[in-house]
Design a protein around this ligand. Structure first.
Ligand SMILES: [Zn+2]
Length: 176
């Protein structure tokens, strides 16, 4: 076993790639969906390694696009939503925040202070950056859905839901 993480991952990939199943080309799938008038699903969730939507939503391979970032915040995810909707129409967006989220462990001010100390080059260039601290996931997920719905073309064309995942029971609760 290598002590170098990247080398370790490359080594593991060598094994996994032996039984890798080639997915259909993207263009083919997009054409098929277009003909059927099918719309895609996008899941926005936290980057926390414990939080895996593929698993807790029982998703099939290729069923939904998944965007993950710290907290599952929609401000970060919007670029990807627009990209995905440009490639193939998106019909449903599901925003998932979760309990025991790292984004609840620090306040917005604490994120600011830590970045200022560790990455003064970044903080200097972006003094008013929003790090996306969360107080209460039940409230932040509603605010994040509202942010997406504040764009009328998104609100009109997509079903946008906000859920909270209980990290310890594995259960989801719909907030909006
Ligand atoms: Zn989290």
């Amino acid at each position: 076993m290598s002590t170098d993480k990247v080398a370790d991952l490359l080594e593991r990939n060598k094994e996994v790639s032996k039984s890798y199943k080639r997915p259909p080309p993207l263009g083919e799938g997009l054409e098929k969906r277009k003909k059927k008038g099918a719309k895609g699903t996008v899941i926005i969730s936290c980057a926390d390694p414990r939080i895996t939507p593929e698993h807790f939503l029982g998703l099939n391979f290729g069923e939904a696009a998944i965007i993950r970032n710290g907290g599952g915040r929609t401000v970060d995810a919007l670029r990807s939503i627009l990209d995905l909707d440009s490639l193939g129409a998106t019909g449903t967006v599901v925003v998932i925040h979760h309990t025991d989220c790292g984004m609840t462990y620090l306040s917005e001010e604490e994120f600011h202070d830590r970045v200022e100390k560790k990455h003064p080059d970044f903080a200097g260039r972006h003094p008013d950056f929003n790090y996306g601290a969360i107080n209460d996931p039940e409230k932040s997920v509603v605010a994040d859905v509202e942010y997406l719905k504040s764009f009328p073309t998104l609100a009109e064309n997509m079903t946008i839901a906000g859920l909270v995942f209980d990290t310890f029971t594995g259960e989801l609760k719909r907030m909006v």
